[in-house]
Ligand binder design. Structure first.
Ligand SMILES: Nc1nc2c(ncn2[C@@H]2O[C@H](COP(=O)(O)OP(=O)(O)OP(=O)(O)O)[C@@H](O)[C@H]2O)c(=O)[nH]1
Ligand SMILES: [Mg+2]
Length: 453
């Protein structure tokens, strides 16, 4: 259940902002009209100077000293949330932080909900919605590339691109609306305004943006790749090689792996969740059968399936048995080339790559890695390419916008319909940056944050 009850409340909120557990430093953050008075009572500092750190004592209501640390005050509107904000930087002990938080709550603050500080920053125009999402993305990023992309979004790269397109779109809409006031001349006006060329150009920019956003989303969320194949073909050897540790048991007994084995690795900065599965074969062993059923379910949920083979002839079996659906992203891999002295190489089988490797001897693995990246259009990830973190919600909005613009281009003879499609596209664009958003969407986005952020 999404809890969005905080959306219309501006009482003072507080939370422990650092991660649970012990640490060198622990931070309590307070935001709202009572933040300064509450901090003054706890620290006895008479005047908290904004944007200065003050070494202070922190005590309970009855005067019991609890810790010494730094007191930081940020007067509205120059703060993260845009409200008065105070932070206590204390020693990072859970009991200490909890005790002091209770003191803060007793003095009138209420416990902040997950994402509530960032939500207030959004409401007070400190961040737009994509930037607020980037705050969460930067915290959740699992690779350096994901961090950099989220930082680009936080800086406003994504929002700026959307806002520029939004401006162009509004210009065209206004022009058409103005033309509609002079019906006799309307077609002429539309031509004069080069409406077609302008809409096409926005649509192209949306398509380009979608490409970048898709890459950003993959880098942020990663994807699941499963290793399948007959027993003993070398799946577990391969996952161990990728993960650089023995996550799966390797033996020469067919049917060794039963439960799926997972390993998260970073390939060129992209988080990939590898899953090694039970080998697929006809069997009467109930345990092994259950493992094979799991394999099929994992194939369904994977963005890419790597099928390990002893030889090329096996491919036909997989295709005949319908284990892999047609639209699956597949890489065929012939393993154990060391036994036949075949060279590591990449060819293809129909539209899918066929890679020759030896998992045991680490031959051709670089080729395989490259094919994995290629299957997501990420092989030539240019270090200078400016990406940003993006989410499914953004990709869906871009798709919708593209659809509306496409419709508009098909209705150029009827300017009022073009104007309508452009208005729909405009609303969809604004939903990305949060200018027009429903409470449900906001609740959904902010409640996924951690507490204290
Ligand atoms: N020569 C050679 N042997 C290999 C290679 N890869 C794996 N093996 C051997 O093949 C046997 C089976 O390897 P596993 O990785 O357990 O195979 P698996 O596909 O996980 O098998 P199941 O879990 O039973 O489905 C082991 O003895 C491995 O050492 C390879 O590239 N070359
Ligand atoms: Mg195995």
């Amino acid at each position: 259940m999404v809890n969005s009850s905080f959306l219309n409340d501006d009482t003072t909120i507080a939370a422990i902002a650092t991660a649970a557990g012990m640490g060198g430093v622990g931070v309590i953050r307070i935001s709202g009209p009572d933040a300064f008075p509450i901090a003054q009572q706890i620290t006895q500092v008479k005047t908290i100077v904004s944007h200065r750190a003050t070494l202070s004592s922190f005590a309970s209501k009855d005067g019991q000293l609890l810790d010494k640390g730094l007191l930081l005050g940020f007067r509205a509107p120059k703060s993260f949330t845009g409200e008065d904000v105070v932070e206590f930087q204390l020693h990072g002990g859970p009991a200490l932080l909890q005790t002091l938080l209770e003191e803060v709550l007793n003095l009138g603050a209420r416990m902040a909900m997950p994402g509530e500080f960032t939500y207030r920053a959004f409401v007070n125009n400190k961040l737009d919605l994509t930037q607020a999402e980037a705050v969460s993305d930067i915290i959740n990023a699992s690779t350096k590339s994901a961090v950099i992309n989220a930082a680009n979004s936080l800086k406003g790269d994504f929002s700026n691109k959307i806002n520029n397109l939004l401006k162009d779109l509004i210009d065209i809409r206004m022009y058409i609306e103005a033309c509609l006031d002079f019906p006799e001349e309307e077609i002429d006006f539309i031509e004069k305004g080069q409406i077609k060329a302008k809409i096409e150009s926005i649509r192209q920019s949306i398509l380009d943006l979608n490409k970048i956003a898709t890459k950003g989303q993959i880098i942020q969320d990663g994807f699941q790749v499963c290793l399948v194949g007959k027993p003993n073909v070398g799946k577990s050897t391969l996952i161990n090689l990728f993960s650089k540790e023995d996550v799966a048991i390797v033996t020469d007994i067919p049917g060794t792996t039963r439960d799926p084995v997972r390993a998260s690795i970073s390939l060129n900065g992209i988080p990939i969740n590898f899953v090694d599965t039970a080998g697929i074969r006809e069997t009467n062993d109930v345990v092994e059968k259950a493992g094979i059923d799991k394999t099929k379910a994992i194939i369904e949920r994977s963005a890419l399936v790597i099928v390990l083979l002893d030889d090329e002839a096996e491919i036909k079996d997989y295709l005949d048995q319908n284990i892999l659906s047609n639209d699956k992203n597949i890489i065929w891999v012939i393993n154990k080339i060391d036994l036949s002295s075949t060279a590591a190489k990449v060819t293809n089988y129909d539209k899918n790559p066929l890679v020759y490797v030896s998992a045991k001897c680490n031959l051709g693995i670089d080729l395989l890695e490259n094919e994995i990246l290629k299957s997501f259009g990420l092989e030539s990830l240019d270090a200078n390419e400016q990406l940003f973190s993006s989410r499914q919600r953004h990709l869906e909005a871009l798709k919708q916008i593209n659809g509306y613009l496409f419709n508009a281009l098909g209705k150029l003879e009827q300017p009022e319909l073009v104007a309508e499609e452009l208005l729909l596209a405009q609303k969809e664009m604004s939903s990305i940056t949060g200018e027009f958003s429903t409470e449900d969407l906001l609740g959904e986005i902010f409640s996924r944050f951690c507490i204290g952020k």
